[in-house]
Design a protein around this ligand. Structure first.
Ligand SMILES: O=P(O)(O)OC[C@H]1O[C@H](OP(=O)(O)OP(=O)(O)O)[C@H](O)[C@@H]1O
Ligand SMILES: Nc1nc2[nH]cnc2c(=O)[nH]1
Length: 175
């Protein structure tokens, strides 16, 4: 089956929104340091672009968990694949995600992370699909709310491809 991609959010629009989020975070954390947690692999592009636009001191750590196998559907079971290198105690932590869909990944991760006693813990996502939620998640910073469609680009993959697209696209299949 041939794969088609339709542009949903153009590169310029994504860049502009990330700039706005960077400004908002910089204002809200004025006089503090923020510790960004990049959830691999999808949020790597967003984390880099956002971090460049934050003007308060920034540190970054990485974590990886899996719930999506090959294809477009979640297995529903979240597993921690790579833990953080650094402790969180006393830090102003912002978890950076590319997308929140069912909410399973983030509700699992936020529970683990809040037990490590950060000074504060917030969540920032580039994309949110609220219609798909099965687990409640409080999101502090959202780039875009999108409809229930499978998206790729800006870090998001289909079978590990398309992460490098500089825009957000909707993937569909044709005979
Ligand atoms: O809200 P949920 O339904 O839990 O879905 C969101 C999760 O799915 C994606 O990760 P994925 O498992 O595709 O891994 P990847 O980032 O390595 O591509 C995304 O980065 C989130 O972590
Ligand atoms: N690539 C991709 N990964 C996801 N994980 C949860 N939802 C999505 C989506 O729409 N696209």
């Amino acid at each position: 089956m041939a794969e088609n991609i339709r542009v949903l959010i153009e590169e310029e629009k994504v860049d502009k929104r990330i700039e706005e989020l960077g400004k908002k975070i910089s204002e809200e954390y004025a006089g503090k340091e923020v510790h960004l947690i990049c959830i691999l692999k999808g949020s790597i592009f967003f984390t880099c672009e956002l971090a460049k636009r934050i003007t308060v001191p920034v540190t970054i750590d990485f974590m990886s968990c899996s719930s999506y196998g090959a294809g477009t559907r979640s297995s529903g079971v979240v597993k921690l694949v790579k833990d953080l290198d650094e402790p969180l105690e006393g830090k102003n932590v912002i978890v950076i995600e590319d997308i929140i869909d069912s909410g399973r990944t983030l509700s699992y991760l936020l529970e683990i992370l809040s037990a490590r006693k950060p000074a504060s813990l917030k969540l920032c996502t580039l994309l949110d699909k609220p219609d798909r939620r099965v687990m409640p998640v409080h999101v502090d910073y959202t780039g875009f709310e999108i409809p229930d469609e499978f998206v790729v680009g800006y870090g998001l993959d289909y079978d590990q491809r398309y992460r490098n697209l500089p825009y957000i696209g909707v993937l569909s299949f044709a005979e």
